[in-house]
Each structure stands twice: as structure tokens, then as C-alpha cells.
Design a protein around this ligand. Structure first.
Ligand code: NAD
Length: 264
């Protein structure tokens, strides 16, 4: 186990659950001082208890990333604890609605949290990072920011927006010592989809679409955040990293084709 983040202050939004929790946990296991923003108070308390019991240092903030004055206040309070070195903009929601039925409320809620929320947190944190001429911003986009999927027009628009937001932040802030990259996971089993998708659906989905033949785990995705935040990634900025078991690489071969080309 390396300890790249001893005493480094890492802010993870939406860190009370799923991918954000695992990213926070892995940074914590390498010695980081953790701050978590999450609007689910109960989940935030539970996550804080779990991480604290593991011996990690956690500052929980009950914050909704889509409310700018609350974000500014929470970032200022977190900066007083210690300068934020890495921001993981992970908070997000995924509503599934066919395009013709998406309501104005669903559209705005998705964009407000997934895209505008990331902007509020990044701008607020980067103003501090810019003064220090040092910092890393990692935005949680999605495979769905790169290609379409039925029922996800609002979600896909928010995640695609995050990719170009990331590139522009990267080119604007490179001279200030700030790097920005986006990560695009494919399907990862987490609370965001537990209630919507049965185990049977997930198994069939993997069989049909994912060359590696299984859906992702939170532990498949978290390590790239630790790499991208590290000095080993000092020359990497403005990029988009896909972690999807090969789904976006192209169409998966069906069983009959695989049998035909099988090497004995
Ligand atoms: P999750 O529901 O387990 O976690 C999301 C967390 O964000 C929750 O703790 C939630 O309370 C918090 N959150 C939501 N809205 C918030 C707000 N306005 N302010 C503060 N906190 C808020 O889901 P997850 O699967 O871990 O998703 C995390 C991120 O990864 C999301 O941005 C999601 O779009 C993205 N993602 C997930 C998958 C997947 O298949 N699970 C794939 C690609 C991308």
C-alpha cells in the first residue's frame, strides 16, 4: 500500500454513497484528510461513521451542490480546515424518462445537480487553488456523456456537458498549476441503480453489451481517481478516461460468432 495522500485534503462531493464513498475510502486509506459534501444527511452520517471507524479523518458537510450560496459557504469552511488539493466532483442523479415525457422539472433537476452543481463547486474551489497555483479537479462524467441511451436525454446532456466543461477548465487553468480531467464509467452496480434494475436485468445487460462480461464494481473505478490526482499524472490534463469493460470499444460478438472463431 502506497501513502501518496498523507495529510492532503481531498473534497469528494456525493461521497456518502456508491462511487463517491469508495473514492473517499481509497483516498483515506492512503492517508488523506477527507471532506465530503452530500445532501443525504443520513447517508452522510453513516459514511462518516464507517470511515472514522477505519481510522480516516473526515469532515462531513450536509450540502446540496446545486445551491450556490451553500456551496460557497461549505467550500470556505473546508478551506479553513486545510487547503483543498483535490476536488472530486462526483455528486449526481440519474432519472430515467423517455425523451417525449421528460418534464421541465426533471430536466432542470438533472442539469442543476450534475452539471451546474459541478460548476459551482469547481469554481469555488479553483479560486482558492489558483491563489496557491496548485490543484486537481476530477469530474465524474459517464460513458453516457459519450454516447446515447434510451431514457437518458437529460442525464446524457449533463454528462456530455461535463466533458467539455472539464476540457475548458483544463486549458484555462493549466498556467495556474491546476489540472482537470473527466472519468466516464460504464454501468457500475451502486445505489443509483439498485432500485431500478434487477439482478437479472444486470446479468443480461452485461452478457449483451459488455465484452468483459460483467458490470463494473465501485472498486474498478476508484483507483483511476487516485492516479489522476497524483504527481505521476502531472502531465495529464483536459482528458476523458472511459472505464466500461470495453462497452464503448464497439459491438460485442454474440455467442454463435464466438463459437465460430474459437481457438482450440
Ligand atoms: P449514488 O446514488 O450511490 O451516489 C450519488 C451520491 O451523490 C449520493 O450520496 C447522493 O446523496 C449524492 N448527491 C446527489 N445529489 C446531490 C446534491 N445535489 N448535492 C450533494 N450530494 C448529492 O450513485 P453512484 O452510482 O455512486 O453515482 C456517483 C456518480 O457517478 C454520479 O455522478 C453518477 O452519475 C456517476 N456515474 C455512475 C454510474 C453507475 O453506473 N453507477 C456510471 C457512470 C457515472
Amino acid at each position: 500500500m502506497t501513502h501518496r495522500y498523507v495529510d492532503k485534503h481531498i473534497l469528494v462531493t456525493g461521497g456518502a454513497s456508491g462511487l463517491g464513498f469508495e473514492i473517499a475510502r481509497q483516498f483515506g486509506s492512503e492517508g488523506a484528510l477527507l471532506t465530503i459534501f452530500d445532501y443525504n444527511e443520513l447517508a452522510l452520517q453513516k459514511a462518516t461513521d464507517t470511515l472514522t471507524q477505519s481510522g480516516y479523518h473526515v469532515n462531513p458537510f450536509h450540502t446540496d451542490v446545486s445551491v450556490q450560496p451553500d456551496v460557497i459557504e461549505a467550500v470556505a469552511a473546508a478551506e479553513k480546515i486545510a487547503p483543498i488539493e483535490v476536488l472530486v466532483n462526483n455528486a449526481g442523479i440519474c432519472l430515467v424518462t423517455p425523451f417525449l415525457n421528460i418534464t421541465k422539472q426533471e430536466w432542470h433537476k438533472t442539469l442543476d445537480i450534475n452539471l451546474t452543481g459541478a460548476f459551482y463547486v469547481a469554481q469555488s474551489v479553483c479560486r482558492h487553488m489558483a491563489e496557491r497555483k496548485r490543484g486537481v479537479v476530477l469530474n465524474m462524467s459517464s460513458k453516457n456523456g459519450l454516447d446515447g441511451e434510451f431514457g437518458h436525454a437529460h442525464y446524457n446532456a449533463s454528462k456530455a456537458g461535463l466533458i467539455l466543461f472539464t476540457k475548458t477548465v483544463a486549458i484555462e487553468l493549466a498556467h495556474l498549476g491546476i489540472r482537470a480531467n473527466a472519468v466516464c464509467p460504464g454501468y457500475v452496480r451502486s445505489p443509483i441503480n439498485y432500485e431500478v434494475d434487477s439482478d437479472e436485468f444486470v446479468e443480461q445487460f452485461a452478457e449483451r453489451y459488455i465484452p468483459i462480461n460483467r458490470v463494473g464494481k465501485v472498486t474498478d473505478v476508484a483507483p483511476i481517481f487516485l492516479f489522476l490526482a497524483s504527481d505521476e499524472a502531472a502531465y495529464i490534463t483536459g482528458q476523458t478516461f472511459v472505464i466500461d469493460g470495453g462497452q464503448l470499444a464497439g459491438m460485442k460478438a454474440g455467442d454463435s460468432l464466438l463459437q465460430e472463431i474459437r481457438l482450440d
